[in-house]
Structures are given as structure tokens and as C-alpha cells.
Design a protein around this ligand. Sequence first.
Ligand code: COA
Length: 301
Amino acid sequence: MLLLRELTGNPSADLRKMTFPNYRPMLDMTGRGKGICALASYSGNKVSGLILGRFENKEAEMLSVYVNPFFRKKGIASMLLKQFEKKAAAAGCSKIKAAFTSAMPSFGAVKRLFEKNGWSKPQKRMKLIYFSRENLYREIQENPRYEKYKNALLPKGFELVKWCELQPEKIAQIKSRHNQPGGWTDDNTPFREPEKMEKLNSFAILKDDSVAGWFITHRINPDTIRYTQIYNDPVANGMRGIIIQTVIHAYWLHAMYGPEKGCFIIYEWNTSLLKIFEKLMEKLTDSCTESFGVEKDIGQD
Ligand SMILES: CC(C)(COP(=O)(O)OP(=O)(O)OC[C@H]1O[C@@H](n2cnc3c(N)ncnc32)[C@H](O)[C@@H]1OP(=O)(O)O)[C@@H](O)C(=O)NCCC(=O)NCCS
């Protein structure tokens, strides 16, 4: 017999293993009114599956779903998903979204799971490109462009400042441009995951002493820097060429002093970055995966 139960803190070790390490702390926060919802399935007296997500501002996000291999293809994930949708609607959400990558061993199953439960067609969101520091180092030795830019020789008026050394008034200046006409939006925020921000090569790009852009990296695990965000303020003219120099400088620092791996994110909408990728990254790439987004209107019933 299958039973679904909502978690209220204190998850067992078996349950903790059923979501990604990054999300495990969220399991402890279930049942505390923080908009986090986890449902476990029990087949007989064994825990067979777990779905985890959050509800925020009328939108729900399904973060992970896992079914123990022994219990797969019996409709358990579909039941967990349906129940999660009901909980989201009951919490006042009108939309639910989720993401998955082509690197997941269960890629086919995940795609089918959403399709059969009436979610949207998967939309390509971003490419994740992985490279090794070894490849980066070799490229730097062979390509004179890196020698030229290792000190980021920017034109007059421009300056790169390490993000961790940015003065509080500059941070306040950036915050004041959030969602302003021509300003940055949540898509290009530099403030996501501050606890993982990489000190080695996250920069603010200053033009005439004002913040005109940023280049943000994160240490996603001890041996990998993720290149998360490149942004230049559309109001700041003359940024052409600055971004590419910033990228090269950041790579140089990584090759000399950084960890063994790097991972580069390119969002589908970021066509200029795709061009930079073609120029700089193709030779370095070890592997490439794609990430997809799906969503569903859940309304109120
Ligand atoms: C993805 C996963 C949760 C599916 O669990 P499940 O309980 O087997 O799923 P369901 O039984 O509800 O099946 C849903 C649909 O996917 C299909 N499916 C299941 N496994 C499949 C596979 N390996 N290949 C293709 N389709 C598959 C099912 O046949 C069903 O479609 P159908 O009704 O048309 O036959 C499970 O494979 C899993 O835990 N994978 C590892 C974790 C993971 O990658 N999670 C997703 C990212 S967060």
C-alpha cells in the first residue's frame, strides 16, 4: 500500500539522501511556515520517494523528486507530483515551475513525468559548460591574448574591483538600480548565493568610479568555480571589449590560483555571451549539458 505524508522537520537519513546535498538543509525547515514543502511516499513500511519544493509569492517551485530505484515505474513520482501541485494550489500559488538537466541519468523519465502530468513543453534555459583548470592553463600558455590581458588593462576610466573589496556605498548604488528603467533585474542579480561567492575572480566593473557591470563567480563545491553572471549596465556606453577582457582576466586568475574545475553558465537569452563562448570556450570544453525549464498553471480549484 502506498501512503503519502508531508514532512514536518527531523527527516530520517534515508529521506535526506533523496534530495541534492544543497537542498538537504531545507528538509529541516519543513513544517515551520517558511513555504517549504516536502512529501514522502511510503510503500509498506519503507520510504520509497520524496518530492521537495517551495512556495513563494504565489509561485511554486518543484526542486527535486526522487523515487527509490526498486519502486520506479509504478506511478509513485506522478502521485508525489500531483499531491505537491495540490499543496501549492492550497497555499495560494497559481503557477508551478521546475528545472532539470540533460546530464541527469533519469532525463527521459523526468521529461515523461512532466509531459504526462500536463506541464509545458521543456524550454531550453541555459547551457552548462564544464572545463578543467588544466585545459585553461594550457590555453593560457598557448594563446598570447591571455598574456596581454592577465592584468586586465582596461581603457581609461574603467576599473575592475574585486567584489569582496567593493565599498558599501557602491553596493548601495547597485541596489538602487534594481528594477529601475534600464537597471538590472532578478535575471542578472549579483546578490544570489552570497555565501558561495568566489573571492578570487568575482568583480565589479567600474566606469568613472560608478558600478557599470559585474562578473560574478561562485564556488559551488570545493573543486569547482561556477561562472554565474556577467552584466553590463545598458546605460554605460563604451563597454564593448571590457567584458571579454574581464572574462580573460578571471580565467587567468583561475588557471593560476583556482581549483581544478570550472563551470560556465550561458542563458539562452544571452546571445552576446554565446558569441563570447564561441570565441573563448569551445577549445576548453570538457563536457556540456543543457538545462530545461517547465511550468504549469495550477489555478485555484
Ligand atoms: C524521475 C523519477 C522520479 C521517476 O519516478 P517514477 O516513480 O519511476 O515515475 P512514474 O512511475 O510516475 O513515471 C512517470 C512516467 O515516466 C516514465 N518513465 C519512468 N522511468 C522511465 C525511464 N527510465 N525512461 C523513460 N520513461 C520512464 C513512466 O513510464 C511514466 O510514463 P507512462 O505513464 O507514460 O508510462 C525517477 O526515475 C528518479 O527518482 N530518478 C532519479 C532522480 C531524478 O533524476 N529526479 C529528477 C530531477 S529533480
